[in-house]
Ligand binder design. Structure first.
Ligand SMILES: O=P(O)(O)OC[C@H]1O[C@H](O)[C@H](O)[C@@H](O)[C@@H]1O
Length: 551
């Protein structure tokens, strides 16, 4: 464990010095003087290609970054992760999501022989349930098969399952419609329930803690809806299942213990889609596909654990992020999937990355004086191009981008997919190459513009270029590839957390707002006695009360 802060290490200081040189060198120069650049700065694993050559790095940059990884004990921390050490220091817990995708049914995980059998017992329980639902043997209270599955959960109990169900929709069961309700806003629940029939609907209440306000409130409202629509108390067992680490709360809610799918405190919420929290995924695409998803993640786990740091995809992606955020002044990172089925990937990665690494205290409880987790944002291509790419191309921020695309689409239609891919490759090229004032002037001249017009407009049409990106290409978005991709990002986030010496596995920053909301909820009641708030909050509460009364 680090006793000095990473920023005080010689490796960090060497990178700071090196960054001064690299500020003078452009990507265009780097490509112009190196024909082997793609070969040296690309990696592939089971068909997943990572091209990281369009980054502002040289061999020396990478070497210095690798020195930083060694200095911050990345190899030791990686082993601690896989062997179930309590890497989540503030909660005294392991983070063993990698064990969830271990295909071995028994054997030791960090000396513990009980973990793998427990994981596989739950997978078998899931398999049984999934099979019955998919084959129509799981019957509702009128003896009809289930047609609609509503996953009620939030954060890690929603984003992962929703994103994967969307991504793997080409594999979805034709009879089963999946719905996801997360927001406390009743619009979300009521819109999902509109048109559903209680007798053919299955609710999955997904909550690690089973205490989350949004999920419990939505679950109780769903139960009320079920009873109001003709279901009886004794029918609840056929229509409600729960996924939770908290058996008592599940029973108190009234769910049959046989319908509880368990997991463990060593599975973090944002790392939980591989556990029973993935039940909605398995129902939608089948247990075989779910196991393929796990196998893809396992392949990436093996690669991360065993490949040398210099040829290790998650390590490389993590180090590149550190390079930009700590040495070249970037604060954001864009994730740009050129694949509509991956449209929820940026939202999923926002939680994975920003909840994991949005920290400003290190593992020893000291304030950090360097930048940590980036702001993650993105939209599927080509939508983003017509919205925020302007800022990425010509704005004053440096925003490294990840472009992702399958080379073949599950939805072949005319030239759509070629056009989609052409757009992605062109964007990465444009960001890097840019367009000089001379090129702009020449183009404008050719198009018949007057010298006055050229003088006035050319500066606005210049692209500085030198803007970095990674490209991830794969043959097709199948479950295995998706598993690899998601584990790649999980480990990237881990690598960065280790280098920043922060705990990537807690999330205390979400607590204060929840705590204050309890008091504000009381204060919103019309007859609530005054309670101490700042003048702004007080006035807003009064306004809400007034407006609610007048409607
Ligand atoms: O699964 P649950 O216990 O309901 O938690 C749902 C979510 O809420 C919390 O506030 C955390 O910020 C998330 O990491 C978690 O995934």
């Amino acid at each position: 464990m680090m006793s000095i802060t990473p920023a005080a290490s010689p490796a960090w200081q060497a990178l700071q010095t090196h960054a001064k040189t690299m500020h003078q060198i452009t990507l265009q120069d780097l490509f112009a003087h190196d024909e082997q650049r793609f070969d040296r700065f690309s990696l592939s694993l089971n068909g997943l290609l990572l091209d990281y050559s369009k980054n502002r790095i040289t061999d020396e940059t990478l070497q210095l970054l690798l020195n930083l990884a060694e200095a911050t004990q990345l190899p030791q921390m990686r082993e601690a992760l896989f062997t179930g050490e309590a890497v989540n220091l503030t909660e005294g817990r392991a983070a063993l999501h990698t064990a969830l995708r271990d295909p071995r049914r028994d054997g030791a995980v960090g000396g513990d022989m009980t973990i793998l059998p427990q994981i596989h017992a739950v997978l078998d329980q899931m398999q049984d349930c999934v099979q019955r639902i998919r084959e129509g043997d799981w019957k509702g209270f009128t003896d009809e098969p289930i047609t609609d599955v509503v996953n009620i959960g939030i954060g890690g109990s929603d984003l992962g399952p929703l994103m994967v169900c969307e991504a793997l929709r080409p594999y979805a069961h034709p009879r089963l419609r999946m719905h996801f309700v997360s927001n406390i806003d009743a619009a979300h629940l009521l819109q999902a329930l509109a048109g559903l029939k209680p007798q053919t609907t299955l609710f999955i209440i997904a909550s690690k803690t089973f205490t989350t306000q949004e999920t419990l409130t939505n679950a109780h409202s769903a139960r009320r809806w079920f009873l109001e629509q003709g279901g009886q108390e004794e029918d609840i067992a056929k229509h409600f299942v729960a996924i939770s680490t908290n058996p008592r709360a599940v029973s108190e809610f009234g769910i049959d213990p046989a319908n509880r799918f368990g997991f463990w405190d060593w599975v973090g919420g944002r790392y939980s889609l591989w556990s029973a929290i993935g039940l909605s995924i398995a129902i939608s695409v089948g247990m075989d596909r779910f196991r393929e998803l796990l196998a893809g993640a396992h392949a990436m786990d093996q690669h991360f654990r065993k490949a040398p740091l210099a040829r290790n995809m998650p390590v490389i992606l993590g180090l590149l992020g550190v390079w930009y955020h700590n040495f070249l002044g970037a604060t954001a990172h864009a994730v740009l999937p050129y694949d509509q089925p991956l449209h929820r990937l940026p939202a999923y990665l926002q939680q994975l990355d920003m909840e994991s690494n949005g920290k400003s205290v290190d593992r020893q409880g000291r304030a950090v004086h360097y930048s940590t987790g980036p702001i993650i944002f993105g939209e599927p291509g080509t939508n983003g191009q017509h919205a925020f790419y302007q800022l990425i191309h010509q704005g004053s921020h440096l925003i490294p981008c990840d472009f992702l695309a399958p080379c073949q689409s599950h939805y072949p239609l005319g030239e759509h997919h070629e056009m989609l891919l052409a757009n992605m490759l062109a964007q990465a090229e444009a960001l890097m190459q840019g367009k000089t004032q001379e090129q702009v002037a020449h183009e404008m001249q050719e198009a018949g513009h007057s010298p006055a017009e050229i003088a006035a407009l050319a500066p606005h049409r210049v692209f500085a270029g030198n803007r970095p990106s990674n490209t991830l290409l794969f043959p097709k978005l199948d479950p295995k590839t998706l598993g690899m991709l998601l584990a790649l990002y999980e480990h990237k986030v881990f690598v960065q957390g280790v280098i920043w010496n922060i705990n990537s596995f807690d999330q205390w920053g979400v607590e204060l707002g929840k705590q204050l909301a309890r008091q504000v909820l009381k204060d919103l009641r019309q007859d609530a006695p005054p309670s101490p708030h700042d003048a702004s909050t007080q006035a807003l509460i009064q306004t809400v009360r007034r407006y609610r009364q007048s409607s």
